[in-house]
Design a protein around this ligand. Structure first.
Ligand code: AHR
Length: 648
C-alpha cells in the first residue's frame, strides 16, 4: 500500500519520457501571409438585427408605414378623448406617404403609446425624442413620457407645436429608472388637431454618441472581435422573396424620413417563427454600414442583388438585356464609396458627412444563387465592373450548399472566369465541421481564393428552431477554423452567420450574439471567433506531430501563426475529445523565445452548455501563464487553447 505513490510517480516518468507528445512549430517557415481580412463578420437584418437591434431607434413603426399603419401603436386615454386618422399622400410623398392626424377635445389627455420592439428597453439616462408635426387646428400641447412596464413614469417633458408648416421638434428626456419592457406615451391636451410623423426615440448614449446612431453595447461586442471585414446587408435579404423585395442600397442613403420602408423578408419566411411586425426602415443604411466598417477598422464588403430573387422563393430573374440598372447600381455604389466629392454619388457621401472616401475594395455579386442564370448575370456585371474598376475584387457565390452539383457547377464556371473570390456557405452538423478541418488542404491554388462567407454548426439541423449555440458547436467550429488558418494562402475571408438575434424576436438560430432590449451576450461561438481574430498573426507556419498536421487525429486539431510585427508565435490547439492531453512545444527557428507564455483557454466539460443573458460568460476565455520550455503544456478535455509566446 505504502509503495503505490512511488510506483505511480515512476509510471508518470515513463509516460513523460516515452509517451510524451510533441508539437513542432516551424516558426521560420511561413507558408502563407494571413490576409488582414481573414476573420470578419457577416451582418444581415434577420432576427431583429437592425430594426429593434443594432439600430438604436426605440419606436417601432415610427412613420405609420407598416402594412397595418397602427402596428406598435395604441390609443391612450387619460380622461380625454379624440380621434386618430391615418392619411396617405402616396402621390405627393411616395417615399413616406402616411402620417397621422390627431384631433383632441378639450378635456383631459388623449394620445398614443408605442410598445417598442417587444417592449421598449429604457435605462436610467438621457433620451432624445423627436417628431415631425404641424398644427392643423386650434392649440394643442404635447406631453411626452417614458413609462415602465408597470406604468411608472420614468421621464416626462412637453413640447408645443407652434407652426402650421411641417417642422421637426426635439425633446431631451432623462429617465430616472430602468425598464426592460417600457413604453413611449405621447399625450395631447387642449382643443384642436395636428399632423404627426416620424416619431422617434433614441438613447443619447449611442455608439460614439452619434445622434440617431447604433446601440453602443452591440457595436462594442463587434469592436472587441477586431474583425477584418464586415459583409452587409446579408444574406437572403439581398435577394428578396421577389425582385420587388430585393435590397436596393440607393433607397437607404437619403434623409432618414425619405428612406422608403419595406417589409423584411424574414417577416413571413418561417411559419414556425412568423414575425408580422418585422420591416426595414433602413435607418441603418449603406452610409451607416460604411461608417461602421470604418469604426471597426474592417473592410466593407457589400453584397448586391445580381438581378435574381431568392431561388427558394419566387426565383424571379431580370431579363439579361434588362440588367443595366442593376449594374449601374454597382457602379454608383463604387462612386458613392470611393468617388470624388464632385461626382454625384461621392457628393452625396460628402453631404451625409463623409467627404473622405470609404476605400471600398470588394463587392459581392449575388448571394446564394445557382445555375447558369446566375453565371450569365455575374458575367454581365463582371464585364462592366472590371473594365471600369479593375482593382475592385468581385465575390461570386458557390450557392447554398458546401457540396453537390450546384456547388460543383459554380466552382467549375467561376474558375474558368478566374473570379477573385468564391463565397462558400455551410450550415452543417458539428460532426461535419470536425471532419472537414482538412477541407481546403487540396483545393487548387491557381483558382479563385475562398471566402468562407457563412457558416455555423447546427446542433439539431439547418434552420431548426431547436438549434442551440452550445459548446459542442463552438468547439467543432474552432476545430474547423484551424483548417482555415492552415490554408491561409487560399482562404482569405471567413465569417460566422448569422450575427445577431433578439431573444424575443428571432427567426433563425444559432446566432453569434444574442440580446434583449437592455443586455447582450456573446455565445461560446462568439468567443471562438474572437480568439481566432484577435490572435490572427501575420503568417501561418507549420505545426505538426510526427511530421503531420493535426487535423483530428485523436480529436486534436492545431494551427499556428507568427506575428512578425508583435514578435510572437501563436499556437491554437483544439481538443475535441473528453480526455486531457499534453504537448511539449518544440518551437524551431526563433531565438530568444520567452519561457513564460500566455494560454487563453475556452472550455467546458459539458458539450450542451450555453451562455445566457443571466450567465453571459459561463463559457468565456480564461487567461493563464504557462511555462513552455522543456515542460509539457496540459490541454483540458473539450477545450480551445491559444498559446501566445513572445520573443524577448
Ligand atoms: O444566415 C441566414 C441565411 O442563411 C442567409 O440569409 C442566407 O444567405 C443563408 O441561407
Amino acid at each position: 500500500m505504502r509503495k503505490a505513490p512511488f510506483i505511480f510517480f515512476l509510471l508518470c516518468c515513463v509516460q513523460l519520457s516515452y509517451g510524451q507528445r510533441t508539437l513542432t512549430v516551424q516558426a521560420d517557415k511561413p507558408v502563407a501571409e494571413i490576409a488582414p481580412t481573414m476573420w470578419g463578420i457577416f451582418f444581415e437584418d434577420i432576427n431583429f438585427a437592425a430594426d429593434g437591434g443594432l439600430y438604436a431607434e426605440l419606436v417601432k413603426n415610427r412613420s405609420f408605414e407598416f402594412s397595418m399603419p397602427m402596428t406598435g401603436w395604441k390609443e391612450l386615454k387619460r380622461g380625454g378623448s379624440g380621434k386618430i386618422l391615418i392619411i396617405n399622400l402616396a402621390d405627393k410623398k411616395p417615399q413616406n406617404p402616411r402620417f397621422a392626424n390627431i384631433k383632441v377635445d378639450a378635456n383631459g389627455n388623449y394620445g398614443i403609446t408605442n410598445e417598442g420592439f417587444r417592449g421598449m428597453g429604457i435605462k436610467a439616462g438621457t433620451y432624445v425624442f423627436s417628431i415631425w408635426a404641424r398644427k392643423t387646428e386650434g392649440d394643442v400641447t404635447m406631453t411626452v413620457e417614458l413609462a415602465s412596464s408597470s406604468g411608472k413614469e420614468l421621464a416626462v417633458g412637453s413640447l408645443a407645436v407652434v407652426s402650421d408648416e411641417w417642422k421637426r421638434y426635439e425633446l431631451a428626456l432623462t429617465a430616472t429608472d430602468t425598464s426592460l419592457k417600457g413604453a413611449l406615451n405621447i399625450l395631447f391636451s387642449g382643443k384642436g388637431a395636428l399632423d404627426i410623423d416620424m416619431l422617434s426615440l433614441f438613447p443619447k448614449n449611442t455608439w460614439k454618441g452619434r445622434p440617431g446612431g447604433l446601440r453602443a453595447d452591440l457595436v462594442q461586442l463587434l469592436a472587441d472581435m477586431k474583425p477584418g471585414f464586415i459583409r452587409f446587408p446579408g444574406g437572403c435579404i439581398v435577394e428578396g422573396r421577389d425582385l420587388n423585395n430585393r435590397y436596393q442600397w440607393k433607397q437607404t442613403v437619403s434623409a432618414i424620413e425619405d428612406r422608403k420602408l419595406m417589409i423584411n423578408r424574414w417577416n413571413t419566411e418561417f411559419r414556425h417563427r412568423l414575425t408580422p411586425d418585422y420591416f426595414q426602415t433602413f435607418g441603418l443604411g449603406f452610409y451607416e454600414y460604411f461608417l461602421l466598417a470604418e469604426d471597426l477598422g474592417a473592410e466593407p464588403l457589400p453584397i448586391l442583388n445580381c438581378g435574381m430573387a431568392c431561388q427558394y422563393n419566387t426565383g424571379e430573374v431580370v431579363a439579361l438585356n434588362e440588367l443595366g440598372p442593376y449594374i449601374q447600381d454597382a457602379l454608383d455604389l463604387i462612386e458613392f464609396a470611393n468617388g470624388d466629392v464632385t461626382t454625384h454619388w461621392g457628393g452625396l457621401r460628402a453631404e451625409m458627412g463623409h467627404p473622405q472616401p470609404f476605400n471600398l475594395k470588394y463587392i459581392g455579386i449575388g448571394n446564394e444563387q445557382w445555375d447558369e442564370q446566375y453565371v450569365e448575370r455575374f458575367i454581365a456585371f463582371e464585364k462592366v465592373l472590371k473594365k471600369q474598376y479593375p482593382h475592385i475584387k468581385l465575390v461570386a457565390g458557390a450557392g447554398p450548399s458546401a457540396e453537390g452539383p450546384r456547388f460543383e457547377y459554380a466552382w467549375k464556371e467561376f474558375s474558368k472566369l478566374n473570379v477573385d473570390l468564391m463565397d462558400e456557405h455551410y450550415y452543417k452538423e458539428p460532426a461535419w465541421f470536425l471532419k472537414n478541418a482538412h477541407r481546403y488542404d487540396n483545393y487548387d491554388r491557381k483558382g479563385p481564393k475562398v471566402f468562407a462567407g457563412e457558416y455555423a454548426a447546427q446542433s439539431r439541423g439547418i434552420a431548426s428552431a431547436e438549434n442551440r449555440n452550445n459548446w459542442q458547436c463552438a468547439l467543432s467550429e474552432a476545430a474547423f477554423m484551424t483548417g482555415l488558418e492552415r490554408n491561409a494562402d487560399l482562404v482569405v475571408m471567413s465569417s460566422y452567420a448569422p450575427l445577431f438575434a433578439h431573444v424575443d424576436a428571432w427567426q433563425w438560430t444559432p446566432d453569434l450574439i444574442w440580446f434583449d432590449n437592455l443586455r447582450a451576450y456573446g455565445t461560446p461561438n462568439y468567443y471562438v471567433q474572437k480568439l481566432f481574430a484577435v490572435n490572427k498573426g501575420t503568417h501561418a507556419v507549420p505545426v505538426t506531430e510526427n511530421g503531420l498536421a493535426l487535423t483530428g487525429q485523436d480529436s486534436v486539431y492545431a494551427s499556428a501563426v507568427i506575428d512578425k510585427t508583435a514578435k510572437k508565435v501563436i499556437v491554437k490547439i483544439v481538443n475535441a475529445s473528453a480526455a486531457p492531453v499534453s504537448f511539449l512545444l518544440n518551437v524551431q527557428g526563433v531565438k530568444g523565445l520567452k519561457n513564460e507564455a500566455i494560454i487563453d483557454v475556452l472550455a467546458s466539460d459539458d458539450r450542451q452548455a450555453v451562455n445566457t443573458l443571466d450567465d453571459p460568460k459561463a463559457i468565456a476565455p480564461v487567461e493563464q501563464a504557462v511555462t513552455v520550455k522543456g515542460k509539457p503544456v496540459s490541454i483540458r478535455p473539450l477545450s480551445v487553447n491559444v498559446i501566445t509566446m513572445s520573443v524577448q
